[in-house]
Design a protein around this ligand. Structure first.
Ligand code: E4P
Length: 217
């Protein structure tokens, strides 16, 4: 499973990238707002830190507007992935951009049928939003399972990018189902390493090691 980080915070992105944990980045208009930075400037900086796909989202809602914004975003760097909303215009733009050789990420997906349309439009990534479905008492992970089954039935190559991840169990469950990618907030990504028995075991090993009086050198 590939890990993308879901943030426009360059300090977080740099730190995670140095750990060797990052395969890409996703941003959205809300994350750009949170960063307090100019979209072009911050996206360029993110693209210079990470080698993998960096999703930058269009904000136009009509096909022509999306295509013109996509042309501007695509100029930022070679690893830009154009993020488009799951609307009829978004799907049309997805088809055109994919055909022109761009990476595309169709976002705001909440059903298997929407994901089927995105695959037919040639999307590189489909982003089903798990947490926002769970918030409405709909099982977000079930939608990931349905999409996996449908894509496998027909051999679609669109990658399932599990999004709106809120917990470490979301990451585990998406991996068990076979989602290709998880885009995860920095705090949740770092929380994947945590286990109390790891901390307790390390503490005991270090205490015993101190008693040996030895050094590895
Ligand atoms: C995905 O690309 C989105 O940026 C993101 O995962 C949305 O997550 P949220 O529901 O926590 O805002």
């Amino acid at each position: 499973m590939k890990f993308f980080v879901d943030t426009a915070d360059v300090d977080e992105i740099r730190a995670l990238n140095e750990l060797g944990l990052l395969d890409g980045v996703t941003t959205n208009p809300s994350l750009i707002l949170k960063s307090g930075r100019d979209i072009m400037e911050v996206t360029k900086e993110i693209c210079s830190i990470v080698d993998g796909p960096v999703s930058a989202e269009v904000t136009a809602t009509d096909y022509e507007g999306m295509m013109s914004e996509a042309a501007v975003l695509a100029e930022i760097a070679d690893n830009i992935c154009i993020k488009l909303p799951l609307t009829l215009d978004g799907l049309r733009a997805c088809k055109a951009l994919t055909s022109a050789g761009h990476m595309t990420n169709v976002t705001l997906c909440f059903s298997a049928n929407q994901a089927l349309l995105a695959a037919k439009a040639g999307a590189t990534f489909i982003s089903p939003f798990i947490g926002r479905l769970d918030d409405m008492a709909i099982d977000g992970m079930e939608v990931i399972s349905e999409i996996r089954k449908i894509y496998d039935n027909y051999g679609f190559t669109t990658q399932i990018l599990a999004a709106s991840i809120r917990t470490v169990n979301h990451v585990k469950d998406a991996a068990l189902i076979g989602a290709d990618v998880a885009t995860v907030p920095p705090s949740t990504l770092k929380a994947l390493v945590k286990h109390p028995l790891t901390d307790k075991g390390l503490e005991a090993f270090l205490a015993d090691w101190a008693k040996t009086g030895q050094k590895i050198s």
